[in-house]
Design a protein around this ligand. Structure first.
Ligand code: CTP
Length: 414
């Protein structure tokens, strides 16, 4: 992959050559773009030696091939990481200021994946203006890594240290580079996929878990769904900086992430109310919940007594179909992804559901696959697109399947 490493003027800049080295060793091409202040901490010669390329520092450098070098670099680069990223560069990016080689390049690179590794004093990091800038950048799809805590160069200690180069490299590898190198591809389409969601997907609705349909005060109709698939999807999306509205039926699972807003519901009708209320403010929805298709017609508010040896009859009435309803509400700008759990004629049935419910993608789970289904930690799915795409995963953990779903349905072609 072609990676641009931006370096700004913080003491942690002395660690940047190590990040460049790690990226080169992993087989990537790297070009460094530095600010004048960064050159107080790291020399161009060091960066040229480790990157194997010239270093870009000056917008109006007479040695540059042309003064629009930053435009050529933005076309060359596929990913940009700024480490360290000072409060200054963060402020410039958030305000649209381009007054040197790095800041102008960043402004022209916003449509591609950008990772920032902030480094500054704790009070600067916690300053409301800096936090507002970070929040804004995250909201437009820039990936801002959490700074580490510890002893700072100014003699104090707290949050604000640049994450170690090895950690930055590990994050990039996990979130972007491994996918690029694996080149996971849809069968019908050989274009490699990015693992960074398209910036338009700022808020995504995810439904998870089973629903419980009450019979009386102590009994319900439910199913074996654990919620693991939906929670894995929420986690993967949130880790990529997407705001997640997680609507979940009863589950023992816990999740704690600043980007995840959880709504707990019990029945299909409660899930319907929550999902239809949240969908208009989301750019995509992934409905992985195992919703009960039927509920008892009457719910007793006390515990029902045994009815004797002749048995008892429970009349069931149909629940609203949440996915189909969102399919009717969907606008041109929204993406809707459903799941299908099938046992026979899997592909055929899934294709029919895709069309009938007006979906963009359907994730087919086959109960015939060993290792796939309710309660287990692994899954194997086939993702069908309304564009005719068809991609079958191998047996993966639910976290890996979630990565694949996000990559295929919400990430742009790289
Ligand atoms: N779903 C939903 N609301 C329902 C039933 C299902 O939102 N009342 C969603 C599920 O979350 C899943 C998809 O619909 O994303 C498919 O569910 P599934 O049970 O496999 O299919 P159904 O459409 O219910 O059809 P059938 O049971 O006949 O296979």
């Amino acid at each position: 992959m072609k990676i641009l490493v931006g370096i700004t003027g913080g003491i942690a800049a002395y660690k940047s050559p190590l990040l460049v080295r790690l990226l080169r060793k992993a087989g990537h091409e790297v070009r460094c773009v530095v600010t004048q202040h960064a050159l107080q901490f790291v020399t161009p010669l060091t960066l040229e030696t480790v990157s194997g390329n010239k270093v870009y520092a000056d917008l109006f450098d007479s040695h540059n091939d042309h003064t629009t070098e930053h435009i050529a670099l933005k076309d060359w680069g596929e990913l940009m990481v700024v480490a360290p990223a000072t409060a200054n560069i963060i402020g410039k990016m958030a305000s649209g200021i381009g007054d040197d080689a790095l800041s102008t390049l960043l402004l022209s690179f916003m449509h591609k994946p950008i990772y920032l590794a902030p480094a500054m004093n704790t009070q600067m990091w916690e300053c409301p203006a800096v936090q507002r800038n970070i929040e804004y950048l995250r909201s437009i799809g820039v990936h801002v890594l959490e700074p580490a805590s510890g002893e700072l160069a100014c003699g104090t200690s707290g949050a604000g240290r640049m994450p170690e180069p090895e950690e930055i490299f590990a994050t990039l590898t996990r979130e972007v580079l491994s996918g690029a190198k694996m080149g996971v591809q849809a069968e019908s389409d050989n274009t490699p996929l990015s693992s960074i969601p398209n910036p338009q997907f700022q808020r995504v609705l995810v439904t998870a878990g089973p629903t419980y349909e009450r019979i009386d005060s102590v009994r319900f109709i439910g199913n074996y769904s654990s919620g693991k698939m939906g929670f894995a999807l929420a986690q993967v999306l949130a880790d990529k900086g997407v705001e997640v509205e997680l609507v979940t039926g009863p589950t023992a699972l816990e999740i704690d992430h600043p980007h995840i807003h959880r709504t707990d519901v019990e029945s299909a009708r409660e899930m319907f109310d929550a999902a239809t209320a949240l969908f208009p403010s989301c750019q995509a929805a992934i409905l992985s919940a195992a919703v009960a298709d039927y509920r008892p017609e009457h719910t007793a508010d006390h515990k029902l007594k045994k009815q004797g040896a002749e048995g008892m009859t429970l009349t069931l009435v149909q629940n609203p179909d949440i996915l189909a309803t969102l399919g009717t509400m969907k606008t041109e700008q929204q993406t809707l992804i459903g799941f299908a759990l099938e046992t026979d004629n899997e592909l055929d049935n899934a294709q029919k559901k895709l069309k009938k419910k007006n979906l963009d993608y359907i994730v087919l789970n086959s109960l015939r696959d060993a290792g796939a289904g309710f309660g287990v930690d692994t899954n194997r799915v086939t993702i069908l697109g309304r564009d005719g795409s068809n991609y079958a995963t191998p047996l993966l953990t639910k976290g890996q399947v979630a990565e694949e779903i996000v990559k295929h349905c919400l990430c742009p072609k790289a």
